[in-house]
Design a protein around this ligand. Structure first.
Ligand code: B1M
Length: 211
């Protein structure tokens, strides 16, 4: 089966069609890994390149990300069945006091698309909640999003809470959001900064190799 149509449909952000084509490929007995690599991920690579080149913008990328998530939802049971390992596990949330979630959701979708298991904590997440999840779940990464000047300091408070709980060495921390910069990330002791959702996936992959 030609998986180019699936990749092209993902690039176009056709959420329902991507789910249908993914299911059709599975029904025809195409290997899960091929559907993922030659269909969904191949399409998402093109989206990433076009986004970096300013040929695609946030709304289009969001649609492609949703399409990727729709395809992944169809593939997930088969992926588990095929015994394929997820890339890694991340607890992700928008920090305390902040309810902006579009960027965080986009990061979550891209990470899922890249094979990560994402524990999406939601918005307005206090440091204690991040600590609780790191304690209970075997996450290698903690991801925080903030969009307000007033809530960005909660990222530092969360890192401190992880330190106080003796959990900081167990996880790598990645931060992002419109007001966050590399300099800020360095200052608060985060391990990485993601300028956008695609950079977040790149950085998360790199961090995983150091855990
Ligand atoms: Co708000 N808001 N907002 N808002 N809002 C901003 C952030 C603001 C810059 C607008 C402005 O004044 N120009 C401003 C903040 C100023 C500041 O603090 N410096 C602001 C304000 C002031 C407020 C309120 C205080 C307004 C009020 O009530 N007076 C209030 C605060 C509420 C709260 O959180 N407590 C508020 C409320 C809202 C809405 C609810 C109306 C809505 C949010 C809806 C929602 O998220 N469901 C909203 C929106 C939509 C915006 C703007 C217009 C757009 C934000 C957005 O979704 N962008 C925003 C203006 C702006 O940012 N230009 C603004 C699209 C999104 C895909 O981008 O989230 O940056 P972004 O995510 C990017 C990257 O940053 C990165 O990847 C994403 C994809 O590229 N990224 C990560 C994000 N998280 C990451 C995590 C990572 C890595 C990368 O690793 C884990």
């Amino acid at each position: 089966m030609d998986l180019n149509e699936l990749g092209e449909s993902l690039i176009q952000g056709e959420v329902d069609k991507v789910a249908e084509l993914t299911k059709a490929a599975l029904d025809k007995g195409v290997e899960v890994q091929r559907i993922l690599n030659e269909g969904l991920l191949a399409g998402m690579d093109v989206v990433g390149q076009r986004f970096k080149a300013d040929e695609l913008f946030i709304p289009e990328v969001l649609l492609s990300a949703q399409a990727m998530a729709a395809g992944m939802d169809v593939l997930e049971p088969a992926l588990v069945g095929a015994g394929l390992k997820l890339v890694g596990k991340i607890a992700l949330g928008t920090v305390k006091g902040d309810i902006h979630d579009l960027g965080k959701n986009m990061v979550a979708m891209m990470l899922k698309g890249a094979g990560f298991k994402v524990i999406d904590l939601g918005v307005d997440i206090p440091p204690e909640k991040f600590v609780e999840v790191v304690e209970k779940e075997e996450v290698q990464l903690v991801g925080m999003s903030a969009l307000l000047t007033t809530t960005a300091p909660a990222m530092k408070t969360t890192i401190q809470a992880l330190e106080e709980a003796g959990l900081r060495a167990r996880v790598k921390v990645i931060v992002g959001g419109a007001i966050v910069t590399q300099a800020f990330a360095d200052k608060i002791g985060a391990d990485a900064y993601g300028e956008d959702a695609i950079a977040a996936v790149d950085k998360a992959r790199t961090l995983l190799s150091t855990v």
